[in-house]
Design a protein around this ligand. Structure first.
Ligand SMILES: Nc1ncnc2c1ncn2[C@@H]1O[C@H](COP(=O)(O)OP(=O)(O)O)[C@@H](O)[C@H]1O
Ligand SMILES: [Mg+2]
Length: 298
């Protein structure tokens, strides 16, 4: 029988592992036994160094990619890849330029064969929620970057109002638009009650928006830390509370980032090179996973 907690979970990620083939005809492990749960209506932020496997994780959750091991449960039920149960907002803008705002928003409903009348009713409702009234007939080149992101959010919500996944959704926007959209996302979530998993490399953004934050390690991604962000919303970005979370998370990430950089910048030949431990500076062999001197995992 499901426990009380399990009934409150929208999403459960169990033991996900993923490897990709690499240039040396071997395999690179990207995800290392990742497990976590997301409560219904929760805003979960995920931060991690660049290249650590965040997009891979999201694609597996969204059913766009198969894991090597592990399961995804939505509403307590295991789902297979291709499940189509969550809306996905990509890092790059992905509106169809030849379709109007409304036609873009209705796209997923059209694919599902929903009648024109029902499509119109649903898109009207979501257009109001995201605040895009009056722009329905505009084409993507006739709206701002922020409005384009809201249109994408509407396009996802109209098909999957329960759960949205966003992959660095605001990373290509100017700071002002980004701040505006963060507030808009929270406002829209408060109206729809959606569960949101939001990946960002921007720690301020994660702290401003999230109910809880998971910090991923350098490749292969493991969960390094988890913080419940105990600050009432709406938050003030520059408050002491927000800054305290920010600095805790940045401390962990900066160590992980250094490890990522030392791996990225290492030459392929010769086979054995020294990687300085980011904690104590001791130089370890290329394949070391633990520092020989201080024992830290590297
Ligand atoms: N299809 C693929 N084939 C091989 N390697 C990949 C593929 N997709 C991503 N990778 C590698 O997997 C690692 C994680 O990628 P990704 O999930 O995009 O990380 P992030 O989103 O955190 O930047 C990177 O080192 C990347 O180069
Ligand atoms: Mg990514």
């Amino acid at each position: 029988m499901a426990t009380m907690d399990e009934e409150m979970f929208k999403l459960s990620v169990r033991n996900l592992t993923k490897e990709y083939p690499n240039d040396d005809s071997g395999e690179t492990q990207v995800l290392d036994h990742i497990s976590f749960d997301v409560y219904k209506g929760e805003f979960l932020g995920i931060v991690g160094p660049s290249g650590c496997g965040k997009t891979t994780l999201l694609k597996i959750i969204a059913g766009l990619l198969e894991p090597d091991e592990g399961q995804i449960l939505i509403d307590g039920q295991e789902v297979e890849s291709g499940h189509n149960r969550v809306g996905y907002i990509f890092q790059q803008e992905s509106l169809f330029p030849w379709r109007t705002v409304r036609q873009n928003i209705e796209f997923g409903l059209e694919v599902k064969g929903v009648s024109e009348r029902e499509r119109r009713g649903k898109s009207d409702e979501i257009i109001k929620i995201v605040g895009m009234e009056g722009l329905e007939k505009n084409y993507p080149h006739e709206i701002s970057g922020g409005q384009a992101r809201k249109t994408e959010m509407a396009r996802s919500l109209v098909v999957s109002p329960d759960m949205l996944i966003a992959d660095e959704a605001f990373s290509n926007l100017d700071a002002q638009t980004r701040n505006y959209l963060q507030e808009e996302f929270l406002r829209i979530q408060s109206l729809t009650g959606s569960t949101i998993v939001f990946v960002s490399h921007n720690v301020d953004e994660a702290v401003f928006m999230s109910d809880r934050i998971i910090v991923l390690s350098n490749l292969p991604a493991r969960i390094m830390a988890e913080y419940k962000v105990d600050i009432p919303k709406p938050r003030t970005r520059t408050s002491q509370d927000c800054l305290a979370y920010r600095s805790k998370i940045l401390d962990i990430l900066s160590v992980e980032q250094k490890k990522a950089m030392s791996r990225l910048s290492k030459p392929k030949q010769p086979d054995m090179i020294d990687i300085p431990c980011p904690y104590c500076g001791h130089k370890n062999g290329e394949d070391a996973r633990k520092c020989e001197k201080c024992g830290a995992s590297i």
